[in-house]
Design a protein around this ligand. Structure first.
Ligand code: NAP
Length: 291
């Protein structure tokens, strides 16, 4: 069994990005610039945005944090997005989700200029991804494909089962895995799937993205399979300062001995998600996404 070290891989990619930023700046250009809009004070969102700002600093990007209170009116958020869409000094921005219930998330996503949509959530980017055209690919599926590429894991001709069909993980992952470049045969499972355990046990590549801690057990995994654990659920823990720890969708201890490759939680997919946002921002800054 080989552990897929997302933390170390993400560090390698950050170093590559930093080298590109140094080159851009040494040629007299401004560094890439990412902005994040944060509405309210949700603990998880605060943490994720703080990581994004820290990541930007590490690779030499400029970053901006735009904060609003919970009671922000939807029209004011849309107005801010329009300003950012027009700002020539800004390459990309994200609106941290979830938003307060009175704000229509889909409307907000669709208001973002697709050329600055470095989260890859805009329908134009999703559609272009489906068609195999240059696009911003949402960070988690993008990060997982990088792991396959950098660990030289064979995906062509393999049966890939993805558990979860969300718009940010399962569905885009299924699109990428079925493209010619990855060339896998893909089945997408969800809460309505029958015989899920035996389906998982048939997979050469099993991607668990359902958000149910410890769901995938040893009997659901084929000998020699590649297992990617996307799940990150906060569970109470007396051993950490924060009072919680992250738990994956896979029971690592019993599944790992059966695998050819497996990602841990934490330290697997999470760091790759973070670094993929930087990769998308660099692409935006270089004008590499042509729409
Ligand atoms: P989501 O929007 O809640 O989607 C979960 C999907 O799993 C849904 O399609 C759901 O089916 C399916 N599902 C739930 N329970 C199931 C069950 N018992 N059997 C079969 N399918 C089941 O979640 P998400 O945003 O995709 O996130 C999934 C997990 O990944 C979460 O733990 C999240 O925290 C984590 N995550 C991690 C990263 C990272 O960087 N590591 C990034 C994003 C998300 P239905 O469609 O039928 O409801």
């Amino acid at each position: 069994m080989q552990l897929i070290d997302g933390k170390a891989t993400a560090q390698v990619i950050r170093d590559e990005i930093k080298a590109e930023v140094d080159y851009i700046v040494s040629n007299g250009h401004r560094p890439p610039h990412l902005a994040a809009i944060l509405v309210g004070h949700d603990g998880g969102s605060e943490t994720y945005v703080a990581y994004k700002i820290k990541d930007c600093e590490e690779v030499g990007f400029r970053s901006s944090l735009i904060r609003f209170e919970d009671h922000l009116k939807e029209e004011n958020l849309l107005k801010k997005i329009e300003d950012l869409n027009q700002d020539p000094d800004l390459d990309g921005f994200i609106v941290q989700l979830p938003l307060p219930a009175h704000i229509n998330e889909q409307l907000v996503i669709e208001a973002i200029n697709p050329k600055k949509d470095v989260d890859g959530f805009h329908p134009e980017n999703v559609g272009r991804t489906v068609l195999g055209l240059p696009s911003f690919i949402s960070a988690t599926p993008f990060g997982i494909t990088e792991l396959f590429r950098r660990y030289h894991i064979e995906t062509s001709g393999k049966l890939c089962v993805i558990v979860g069909r969300s718009n940010i993980v399962g569905r885009p992952m299924s699109i990428l895995m079925s493209q010619k470049s990855m060339n896998a045969t893909v089945t997408v499972a969800h809460s309505g799937t029958e015989h899920l355990e035996s389906l998982c046990a048939s997979a050469d590549i099993l991607i668990a993205a359902l958000g149910s801690p410890g769901f995938v057990k040893a009997h659901m995994v084929k000998e020699g399979a590649v297992v990617i654990d996307v799940g990150t659920t906060r569970v109470p823990s007396a051993d950490t300062k924060s009072g919680f720890r992250l738990k994956g969708d896979v029971v690592f201890e019993e599944v790992a001995p059966k695998c050819s490759y497996i990602t841990p939680v934490p330290g697997g997919v999470g760091p790759m998600t973070r670094v993929s946002l930087l990769s998308n921002t660099l692409l935006a800054a270089k004008g590499n996404i042509t729409q």
